[in-house]
Design a protein around this ligand. Structure first.
Ligand code: ATP
Length: 347
């Protein structure tokens, strides 16, 4: 059981700020995901929590106790990395048992704990194999079992799925979610993959350039992005973001007019999601089809409007050719407005 508090957590290398004044309270049993593009400071934040990176400013507390100066081994944290970090000369059993050996856990407990961890990740048939005799997915499960066997207070996972192919990523993701449900260990999980974040997290922290952009449940950040960065990072495809002017509640831009909006007259960015818009006989956007992609469950149409490529998820039976004129319905109720200079959400 552990809660983790980050208080003004900052990391600088010279003048470069990798993590800027990060405040966060991670609840006991929470699955928290740090999400952001490459270089945004996710791994640095996680390494500071683990004790592998020195803190420039601020505090990290675990269960109310400041751990800034505690060695990694004294923090009761287990880490899982994308490079599995298995010992090649040891078999699966020995790899899983290794942390018990290092921690001088009573030998009488080893067998039962290793078997329990192996069972949780469905590895009991592979205990005698060496890592070189396993698939990538199986190796990652050994790494998970090795973290589980320690029965730590906190799991830190840094892109644990990124070396797996697309199909294995999905199944291992489900397994991690199931494990968290079973073990209820406070988990901090780093990824640049917004789908992983949305599917796994109790709460997501979206970061960019060392700065926290938004903290919220997956639904909150999807439905109410705090700024245009979050809007464009969450969702597949990303939210459409168009530029134009608002006057008397009417947004006008290249190929688009949306009525019934609230906001101050002036330049503005308008956002809406591909899945919220629809094709219609009358509508806000009138433009020729730029591209049409069959996705199986839908047809994704792209048009140019508001200075951007705009995607609309249409019915799977829609067949439009490039250049065909389309009308897209964009009711005010699906629209988000963002400040053109700061990117902050207005409405
Ligand atoms: P990725 O997804 O690519 O791993 P990340 O969000 O985890 O990215 P970090 O590894 O935390 O990013 O790095 C944050 C920033 O700090 C990056 O710009 C990186 O170049 C910089 N950085 C990391 N380690 C050092 C270091 N030892 N010295 C100087 N700068 C560093």
């Amino acid at each position: 059981m552990a809660s983790i508090t980050l208080n003004n957590l900052t990391k600088r290398w010279g003048d470069f700020v990798a993590v800027d004044s990060f405040d966060l309270q991670i609840q006991d049993e929470e699955f928290l995901v740090l999400l952001g593009p490459s270089g945004c400071g996710k791994t640095t934040t996680m390494r500071m929590i683990a004790g592998l990176e020195e803190i420039t400013e601020g505090n990290i507390s675990i269960d109310g106790k400041v751990v800034n100066h505690l060695e990694p081994k004294d923090r009761d944290i287990a880490m899982v990395f994308q490079s599995y970090g298995l010992y090649p000369h040891m078999n699966v059993y020995e790899n899983i048992r290794f942390p018990l050996h290092v921690r001088k856990v009573d030998r009488a407990e080893h067998d039962e704990r290793v078997m329990r961890a192996a069972q949780m990740v469905e590895l009991t048939d592979f205990l005698h194999r060496k890592p070189s005799e396993l698939s990538g997915g199986q190796r990652q499960r050994v790494a998970l079992a090795r973290a589980i066997v320690r029965e730590p207070n906190v799991f830190l996972m840094d892109e644990p799925l990124s070396n797996l192919d697309a199909k294995l990523r999905v199944s291992t993701r489900a397994q991690i979610k199931h494990l968290h449900h079973q073990l209820k260990v406070t988990t901090v999980y780093v990824t640049h993959d917004q789908i992983e974040a949305m599917t796994l997290a109790d709460r997501v922290v979206v970061m960019n350039q060392g700065i926290v952009q938004q903290i919220g449940t997956p639904t909150e950040i999807y439905d109410m992005p705090a700024n245009d960065f979050v809007a464009s990072f969450i969702g597949n495809p990303a939210m459409n973001l168009l530029t134009g002017h608002l006057k008397g509640g009417v947004f006008s831009g290249e190929n688009i007019t949306v009525k019934g909006l609230k906001g101050v007259d002036g330049p503005v960015r308008l956002g809406f999601r591909a899945e919220d818009a629809s094709l219609g006989k009358t509508g806000a956007i009138k433009a020729p089809v730029y591209s049409a992609e069959l996705l199986g469950d839908a047809t994704m149409l792209t048009v140019k409007a508001g200075g951007a490529m705009v995607s609309v998820k249409a019915h799977k039976d829609v067949r439009s050719a490039i250049g065909d004129p389309v009308t897209i319905s964009v009711p005010a109720s699906i629209c988000h407005l963002f400040d053109v200079t700061t990117g902050t959400r207005i409405e």
